[in-house]
Design a protein around this ligand. Structure first.
Ligand code: NAD
Ligand code: 89V
Length: 342
């Protein structure tokens, strides 16, 4: 019988509720304790999810009880918390953004490699059903080798009420949302080097940019555009859908609202509507994101139990992060930046 891995979740805030629901569905793992500096938050989540223990310090990682840790705190805390887990040789899944800057990301990756402890970044957009399906269609070669792609996240939802720290984040849109799109671009089109980017600050009073347009040249010569905005007014609001298109040498995939794929191939058009897994705990408009969380976490556990590499390992995520860093440097300098030579 496969053992059940015992986990500690650190960070009982806004998004952790989705991760705790996700863990309650994950085969081969369970959350044995939750932790938050705010003891009341920890206690409340322990009660809500019938978790036997709660703590107000991550030092509990030294107890030897935990087979993994799920770090669901904001990025400025990640290096310290990952380092604590590495000291106690506890495998890690840590939320995006990995860290506030690429130097910190590189230190985390180097420390994890030296400790020989596996670290995965919880980057769940590529685990959305619609993108797993697009990957399948690309692998079938139905539209031929990709040549162009556009991934577009444009809405004006009030993201700030649930995530108030985004009001104060100096590197906001690319680091919070662009990082998802850049990982999708790598997932669908492969690694990229040259990056060009323009940023915009549209909404008054934000510390960082709330719109960015990024141009990528992938190693396989695919050109892709990643455009993200929290200042785009459409009705109904398309949040949290990623829209766009992928052109290949023999056809096109359009990613349309309502999780619809329009596949143009063989001289005809085919429509696929991707349905989420219908989990009782998901709620509009977050369903598409929430639905990806159990799949992301199951991949982490399956890899811990059965081997293989994490799709979004710390090392692999460094390549996505480098694209984000290059985008900021391009926006600052007005130049094309090689993300592979930062
Ligand atoms: P939040 O601020 O609501 O919650 C973070 C919690 O961590 C807080 O309760 C805080 O007290 C706690 N905390 C901070 N430092 C700690 C420490 N050293 N030890 C114990 N607890 C500590 O944040 P959030 O909105 O839930 O976001 C958390 C992370 O999840 C962010 O990095 C965000 O980008 C990411 N996020 C991801 C998705 C997604 O996967 N699609 C969606 C939303 C947010
Ligand atoms: O999904 C996330 O990472 C959130 C969101 C993109 C919705 O702002 O931070």
């Amino acid at each position: 019988m496969t053992e059940t891995l015992k986990g500690l979740l650190i960070g009982c805030g806004f998004f952790a509720r989705n991760q705790l629901h996700g863990w309650s569905e994950t085969n081969g793992a369970k959350i044995a304790a939750v932790c938050d500096l705010d003891a009341e938050r920890a206690r409340n989540y322990a009660a809500e999810f019938a978790i036997p223990a709660w703590h107000d310090t991550a030092d509990v990682l030294s107890s030897g009880v935990f087979d993994f840790v799920d770090i669901c705190t904001t990025m400025e805390t990640h290096e310290e918390l990952v380092a604590l887990a590495l000291r106690h040789r506890v495998p890690v899944i840590v939320q995006k953004p990995f860290a506030p800057d690429i130097a910190t990301c590189r230190r985390i990756v180097a420390n994890a490699a030296e400790a020989g402890v596996p670290v995965m970044v919880h980057e769940n957009f590529r685990f959305q059903k619609i993108f797993r399906r697009i990957r399948e269609i690309l692998d079938s070669r139905e539209i031929g080798e990709p040549t162009f792609g556009r991934l577009s996240w444009r809405n004006a939802i009030d993201v700030y009420s649930n995530q108030p720290y985004l009001l104060k984040t100096k590197r906001f849109m690319i680091m919070d949302v662009g990082i998802h799109m850049l990982d999708l671009a790598r997932f669908l089109f492969g690694d990229a080097g040259d990056v060009s980017c323009f940023t915009q600050s549209v909404k008054q009073g934000l510390a960082g940019e709330d719109a960015a347009t990024i141009l990528l040249r992938h190693d396989n010569q695919v050109t892709s555009i990643v455009d993200v905005s929290y200042a785009s007014h459409r009705f109904p609001n398309p949040f949290p859908q990623t829209l766009g298109e992928i052109e290949g040498r023999r056809g096109t995939i359009q990613i349309l609202e309502g999780e619809v794929l329009l596949i143009h191939a063989g001289g005809k058009q085919r429509r696929e509507t991707i349905k989420d897994d219908g989990r009782g705990w998901t709620s509009t408009p977050w369903t598409q994101i929430q639905d990806s969380v159990p799949r992301t976490q199951q991949h982490f556990i399956d890899t811990l139990l059965h081997g293989g590499g994490f799709e979004t390992s710390a090392e692999d995520s460094l390549k996505t992060y480098a694209l984000a860093e290059a985008a900021y440097r391009s926006a600052e300098t007005g130049r094309v930046i090689d993300a592979k030579n930062l």
